[in-house]
Write a new protein. Sequence first.
Length: 270
Amino acid sequence: MLPEDGPTTNPILALSRDHARGARVGRHVHSRAQLIFLLTGAMRIGLDDRVFSVPPGQAAFLPGGVPHAADYTERSAVRVAYLDPAAFPDLPRETAVLPLGGLLRELVLRAIALDPVAPWNAADARAMQVLADEICRARDLAPGLALGRDPRLRRVTEALVADPADRRSLPDWAATAAVAERTLARLFLRETGLSFARWRTRLQIARARESLAAGRPVTQIAYDLGYASPSAFTAMFTRETGQPPHLSRATLPGAEDGSPSFSLPEIPRG
């Protein structure tokens, strides 16, 4: 039974959950829209065609009917609200990563405290409408990392998502995927909007920021991502984000309330 199939007649049902590091929720679909965020930990959501990270300080929004899976890369305290799209027709139609402002966070926590089987009073109904309004007005922070649909490209992107430390070159990956190097390069540009090098860089920065949010040392992060030295990793991270890793950790959104967070950097296409 899915969570939204539980004992409620209200258009929003909110729940708390805890997941151990390494936990995985396999591919599934909700009939209701879903807003999910973490108080602590790190989560990665996989759709059919892309993957994105959701650490503390951000929230993922998924419309109803979108197949997805979730991986918890750290021990995570999860808060989730399921919203009936019939009651809130202005909800976004696309999956998005949203900034978790204090108001939105507190409204979800208020929803969790409500009795799921008791009808809302007028004040609670107004608060829940504001919750939906806050989702509607929030801007999408990151489009996620496209995996592509061509099976030859997916062989490469899925392998790199599983092991971002793999340092094989484009020609090596082309041989693995049984495709010409130029064809694989074109597939990356056409189906992800990024060159192979930019795509891999974006993946590594996202993973690095997951690890920074978890408090891992920069040296460990560098070696976990396959860099020969911490200095080489630091140079890449600084060049691409404009900040060295130790400063990025200190200024991650949410750090002011003890819940470090990040968003995927805007890396030029091409």
